[in-house]
Design a protein around this ligand. Structure first.
Ligand code: GDP
Ligand code: MG
Length: 449
């Protein structure tokens, strides 16, 4: 998975303050491979990685994230952006029925979607009606009627009550049926009307012309382009053809229950600039949901854990505290025991330390250290520092033998633990000085590790 591969790449990046161009390129190369594996179209991958590379090279140093996490964050943000940012809702008509037209290749999942969408709308208090305009395939009208029955939604068909045999030789004009269907919905006061159309196995001029004419006849509020997410590299050309043909307003990804990693979503959204609105995830009427760009981004990236970690780290990172530390560095002020304690508390805020670190790429390398790490250690440090006087905290040099004994008594620990803490503090202080000279605070060291 991408997760594993990035872990391998990041192994070399750990401990670095700022990423070099070579580091960024190595990471971007892995991301490129992952996107291609997820079936994102080649030109889309190229453009995408170009943008990520640019942003990664220009990224500000972050207090909360290490450089590799920063790249993942950038990748994730860019994915969400391309996929439409926020979930886009259906635009309802101001008066009369909201007209939704479905378009897409044969087998994409339009008719199934008509049922899912109408059931979903009904549950939200709408009263949808379906219109069967696929008069090309013998079974298409019957299929929509069955779907309508299941969703308990009326279906407008060319020959009401027509028998199966009659429909095998359909004579109706799809454009006329669409027009009549929308008119019927208006008269019967349905507030939403969903128009199912015919598709072909490949993009076809006649089919597109028919779809265009239907669009012109019914003036839809939304034209939803339904695309099979397993379609792979063909997604781009199909989407571009439909966009040119019917100028769709939104995308529906179907068959997301399959193995597809969702690359088609990215390709189609990227080349058309249209938002993905819904996801279809099975053959059943309820296998349908609003599309969430952020969830799809993490599916494509396949790095859910890392993304969660990044979010937690950013959330718990106290910006004021970080700014205060940065200023201290800039002013070349001394790093005190109070600062040391504040750092430890920041780390604790990040939640269960061990669990967090275990999620990090490359964690197996430090697993042994992690296993020795004890969160209670932070409590002990806190107790010890709290037993010091304010003066002792800023000038630890004055902490002599008798002071150490007093601090140990006050915090309920052995004198050797006070000694150990003071030693580790001295080391951390040295490290902070070094970092300050390097002009890069980064993640203030994890004392004690
Ligand atoms: P249309 O030609 O675009 O109207 O496509 P259909 O709605 O007839 O769907 C074609 C086939 O795909 C049918 O067998 C559906 O049951 C199936 N299908 C549609 N949507 C999904 C989906 O989200 N997941 C799965 N697994 N199958 C689906
Ligand atoms: Mg159909």
């Amino acid at each position: 998975s991408l997760s594993d591969r990035l872990t391998a790449t990041f192994k070399n990046l750990r401990g670095k303050g700022r990423l070099t161009e070579a580091d960024v390129d190595a990471t971007v190369r892995e991301i490129r491979r992952a996107l291609l594996d997820a079936d994102v179209a080649v030109p889309v991958v190229r453009e995408f990685t170009g943008r990520v590379r640019e942003r990664a090279l220009g990224a500000e140093v972050s207090g909360a994230l290490n450089p590799s996490q920063q790249i993942v964050k950038i990748v994730n943000e860019e994915l969400v952006e391309i996929l439409g940012g926020e979930t886009r809702r259906i635009r309802l008509a101001k008066s009369g029925p909201t007209v939704i037209m479905l378009a897409g290749l044969q087998g994409a999942g339009k008719t199934t979607l008509a049922g899912k969408l109408s059931k979903w709308l009904k549950a939200q208090g709408h009263s949808p009606m379906l219109v069967a305009c696929d008069l090309q395939r013998p079974n298409a009208v019957t299929q929509l009627q069955i779907v309508g029955q299941r969703a308990k939604v009326p279906v407008f068909a060319p020959h009401p009550g027509a028998t199966y045999t009659e429909l095998e030789h359909p004579a109706g004009d799809p454009v006329e049926v669409a027009r009549a269907g929308v008119e019927e919905a208006r008269q019967k006061l349905h507030d939403v009307v969903i128009v199912d159309t015919a598709g072909r196995l490949g993009v076809d001029a006649d089919m597109m012309e028919q779809a265009r004419q239907i669009r012109r006849a019914i003036v839809p509020n939304e034209v939803l382009f339904v695309i099979d997410s397993m379609i792979g590299q063909d997604a781009v050309n199909t989407a571009l053809a439909f966009d040119e043909g019917v100028n769709f307003t939104g995308i529906v990804l179907s068959k997301l229950d399959g193995d597809a990693r969702g690359g088609a979503a990215l390709s189609v959204a990227s080349v058309t600039g249209k938002p993905v609105m819904f996801a279809s995830t099975g053959e059943g009427l309820d296998d349908f949901e609003l599309f969430h760009p952020d969830r799809m981004a993490s599916r494509i990236l396949d790095m859910g854990d890392v993304l969660t970690l990044i979010e937690q780290a950013e959330k718990s990172w106290d910006k004021d505290e970080a700014a205060r530390m940065a200023k201290k560095f800039a002013d070349q002020e001394d790093f005190t025991l109070d600062d040391f304690l504040a750092q430890m508390q920041q780390i604790r805020n990040m939640g269960s330390m061990k669990k967090m670190l275990m999620m990090m790429p490359g964690a197996q390398n430090i697993r042994q250290q992690l296993e020795q790490f004890d969160e209670r250690e932070i409590d002990r440090v806190e107790a010890i520092v709290r037993s010091m006087t304010p003066h002792e905290r800023v000038a630890p040099k004055i902490i002599n033998g008798s002071r150490r004994a007093r601090i140990a008594r006050g915090s309920g620990v052995h004198v050797s633990e006070v000694n150990g803490l003071l030693e580790r503090f001295a080391q951390a202080q040295k490290m902070m000085k070094k970092m300050a000279q390097g002009g890069m605070p980064g993640m203030p060291g994890m004392p004690g590790m």
